[in-house]
Design a protein around this ligand. Sequence first.
Ligand code: C2O
Ligand code: CU
Length: 474
Amino acid sequence: MPQRPLLSLSSICALLLGTLMGCGNGPPLEPDGWADAVALPTLVDENPDANIIEVSLEARVGKHSFQGGAPIDVWTYNGTTPGPTLHAKVGDTLIVHFKNSLPEETTIHWHGLRVPNSMDGSEVTQKPVPAGGSFDYTFKLEDAGTFWYHPHIRSNVQIEKGLYGAIIVDDPKAPDLGSEATLMLDDVLLDKQGNVSDPTTESDLEAYFGREGNVLLVNGKARPTIRARPGVPIRFRLIDTANSRYFKLALEGHRFTRVGGDMGLLTRAVTSETVMVIPGERNEVLLTPEGLAGDKLDVRWLPYDRGYGTGLPDPQTLFTLALEGEAPGGELAPLPEALGSITPLDTSHATTQSLRLTESIAGTVLRMGINDHHYGDPDELMIEVKVGETQIWELENTTMADHPFHLHGFRFQVLDVDGKAPPFPEWKDTQNIPAQKKVRFGVTFDDRPGMWMFHCHILDHQRLGMMGMLMVMP
Ligand code: C2O
Ligand code: CU
């Protein structure tokens, strides 16, 4: 169900106009070109129908400079990494004319979008698009929120080489939360020559730890500077597109107000010192930079130990906010009490599906699995459910490390993490399963039968076998 604000748009605008949030047609609050350093191209809609977005996307080899030096070889969508942003509104029909000009086969998976099974872009729902081939993806955008697209063939290689892009689906009825920027958080492992270190040569042991890069990226750039006006909230849509890295962010003397997650706006805002996104996941936060013109505020990545430590033991500057102009006078209007509306999932008649995240070592062969099954083996895991059924998935992490668990095609509500219930229901498609802990979530399989996938979004763990299939029977 699309989220509806409890206040009408006009009442929210009345509430916000004359304040700092703005409602679209107020004066621009941020300096001209404030987010140029992290700007990405937008896919151009070639269809005159206001409710159809028709775009062309080509995967091809290209050049990019992550740190401002000489451009190096990367893989791109339409020539850029990250690829162009897809911007649409909820209810639109999307048509993507996809052409594969890479030297190998690929697909596109629409991470978080509830698409028909045949459009999911995983290896179990479509034949890979061969080098030189093309494929048309078409489906309706059912949910508003922040999503992303990426290949689902050799994901650990193709995504690392640069193939990913953002998807923003607006809800015209949602409250306007002011100026916004989408930040795809990633890292890249550059070798001594400054090239992307070849992910195909990595050992199972490296994969076990999960490839982490040595350069942190925001929209493909190392340490960009975003210009901002003091005292004016910015809405950041954060997407973790890294192969393995967890991004925990902090800005000294500031707090983040979390307003959205995987599937759009939360029911209410939550304020905290730090905000985290894990591979595959999204989070939307408001951040109000405080200070004077000329101040430079470093938003930092903080080490988070997901079980193996991390290659970067110290905090790092992820991006900088350079303050310009005067803080606007007057008080900030409070955020609307209700942002989105999310009905708690009824799990009273749900059956429980028990899944264990597992690992095994046999000689030098390292495997990761689910219920001790490894994807790609003859006995790979497949579970069967029926259309319309509601289940509780009980995920037990038997390993010593956290795993970001992603379910394709269906959204779920976390019921508890290590026995503790979240403060309010929230729709998600990617959830951290902490080491040695149990997470339970509820999920209803709506009428989109077919084979779907679920896996760890540490792409190396997916490669080592931590992936299973879900057959939704008509
Ligand atoms: Cu981002 Cu199988 O997914
Ligand atoms: Cu994992």
